[in-house]
Design a protein around this ligand. Structure first.
Ligand code: NAP
Ligand code: MG
Length: 480
């Protein structure tokens, strides 16, 4: 029996024509049917969200926090089911899904607590008997548009700060994996968040995105996804001076220096490049290796990569799941084809996996190309799959130069034991999220998140920085 998941508008579940949410590891299996929202639904949701705003924003923020704590408790009570849902709809391993649901719970608790802080600015005035301060005000109705690769955590890290600040929202999840976001909205409903505060509309991004960015009640839009959609949204939103935040693609480097802890560097690179099938915005897609250890490193990297266990993420022991859908699989294979022409055969991988269970899903071999240089497309364009480019650097300075030779700047990693180089790298690398002796991927919710250059636009997400986007200051000068 396949379940149908309705949209949620003004506190009511709304049915209609549906679309399929398929399991990328077993294409014949449905993770559910979702109602296909329409531009008219966006209009209705915006009306409801605007109507709910005065009361929701007037509620004391700690009281809003209590509701968010309740959402976290509801998610926690069903963690195992939610993790299984996620693996079935997105394909990542069950362990990765559990970790992501846990992160969503933590995000809700973190921002629930923010309700009792909600810090503003308090400074002395220049004038006698004048009291000055600035406090935060919510914006109003905000639109949240999310991708499929973190189908729970990204909706959570937009919803929770938007709500605690007193905004009302319209959430548009990715069509390839809408269920994990739906589960959060279900928890918001069960927690007793008033009608109209949270609205959820699944369906085509092209149709709903246009309606959302144009709906008169909207005050802001937070988007995570591809550069092409982000740039389009930004152009459209700017026409009406909508506040907008964009988190987009990456072409993230890991620099490996000769003085690195060798085995740790191999492990961190493999983890960042291939876990979650390379479908993390912070995944490493270029490993830049210092010349003197290049060949030894590549040998160890390839051996470790060959041993990765690819399969259905529901199965114990599987480390790498499938590509999300047929289109992403084709993109992976297209870039493998391009890279073969640019730099010859890969050192490992390079094919769609076939035979047995592999025929039932979108599985591709973890793939490593060596001899990649910055002029190649594989070094410049985001694949969003398990395809790693190895690049050779003469020394640290050369590695840093190569690392920065891309238009994107989301995440970056360095593997080294030299503290001076660590600090040089921290100063000079063009990325918003930088790691040292850790994988490039794997962020925590209590710190600012976001990139630089063409990867991002607007204030950072998560941690205390998230409130900068979802609130405005009202500044007060008071003579007594
Ligand atoms: P996408 O195709 O850009 O889709 C993202 C969201 O935008 C989906 O909900 C999509 O709906 C919607 N959308 C599509 N066309 C739209 C339009 N014209 N107007 C408004 N919304 C529209 O991206 P994706 O394939 O889901 O995700 C992969 C990309 O996300 C990668 O580039 C990755 O790097 C990036 N990403 C970035 C971060 C970060 O924080 N920087 C995090 C995760 C992922 P449909 O699903 O219905 O098309
Ligand atoms: Mg799916």
């Amino acid at each position: 029996m396949v379940e149908t998941f309705h949209n949620y508008i003004n506190g009511e579940w709304v049915g209609g024509e549906t679309f399929e949410n398929r399991n990328p590891a077993r294409i014949s299996e449905l993770a559910g049917l979702h109602v296909k929202g329409s531009p008219a639904d966006v209009t209705r949701a915006a009306t409801a969200a605007a109507a709910a705003f005065p009361e929701w924003s007037a509620m004391p923020a700690p009281a809003r926090g209590n509701l968010l704590f309740k959402v976290a408790d509801l998610l926690e009570a069903r963690l195992e089911q939610l993790a299984a849902d996620m693996t079935r709809e997105e394909g990542k391993t069950l362990a990765e899904s559990r970790g992501e649901v846990r992160r969503s719970i933590n995000i809700f608790r973190y921002f629930a607590g923010e309700g009792s802080r909600m810090s503003g600015v308090l400074t002395p005035s220049e004038r006698v008997r004048v009291h000055t301060f600035a406090f935060r005000k919510p914006l109003g109705v905000v639109g949240l548009v999310t991708p499929w690769n973190f189908p729970s955590a990204i909706p959570a890290w937009k919803l929770a700060p938007a709500l605690i600040a007193g905004n009302t929202v319209i959430l548009k999840p990715a069509s390839a994996a809408p269920l994990s976001a739906w589960r959060i909205v279900e928890a918001c409903h069960q927690a007793g968040i008033p009608k109209g505060v949270v609205n959820f509309i699944a369906g085509s991004g092209a149709a709903l995105g246009e309606a959302l960015v144009d709906v008169p009640e909207l005050k802001a839009i937070s988007f995570t996804g591809s550069c092409s959609v982000g740039h389009w949204l930004h152009e459209r939103a700017s026409r009406r001076r909508l506040r907008i935040q964009l988190e987009m693609g990456g072409k993230n480097p890991t620099i490996v220096l000769a003085d690195a802890d060798f085995n740790l560097a191999v492990e961190n690179t493999v983890n960042a490049a291939f876990f979650s099938t390379g479908q993390k915005c912070t995944a490493t897609s270029r490993v830049i290796v210092e010349d003197t250890i290049h060949d030894r490193f590549v040998e160890a990297l390839v051996e470790r990569t060959r041993n990765l266990r690819v399969g259905d993420g529901m199965k114990p022991g599987v480390e790498i799941g499938p590509a999300i859908d047929a289109a992403q699989l084709q993109t992976d294979l297209d870039y493998i084809h391009i890279a073969k022409q640019e730099c010859g055969a890969p050192l490992c991988g390079g094919n769609r996996l076939a035979g047995g269970e592999y025929d039932q899903g979108y599985f591709v071999e973890p793939t490593v190309f060596a001899g990649v240089t910055s002029n190649m497309r594989l070094a410049q364009e985001e694949v969003f799959g398990p395809v790693l480019a190895v690049m050779r650097a003469r020394d640290f300075e050369d590695a840093l130069k190569i690392a920065n030779e891309v238009p994107l700047g989301l995440a970056a990693s360095i593997q080294t034991t030299n503290v001076s180089r660590v600090f040089d790298y921290l100063q000079k690398i063009d990325a918003g999220l930088v790691t040292v002796n850790l994988p490039s991927a794997g962020v925590e919710y209590q710190l600012p998140f976001g990139g630089t250059k063409d990867s991002s636009f607007g204030p950072k997400e998560q941690g205390p920085a998230a409130l900068e986007f979802y609130t405005d200051y009202k500044t007060v000068y008071l003579k007594y």
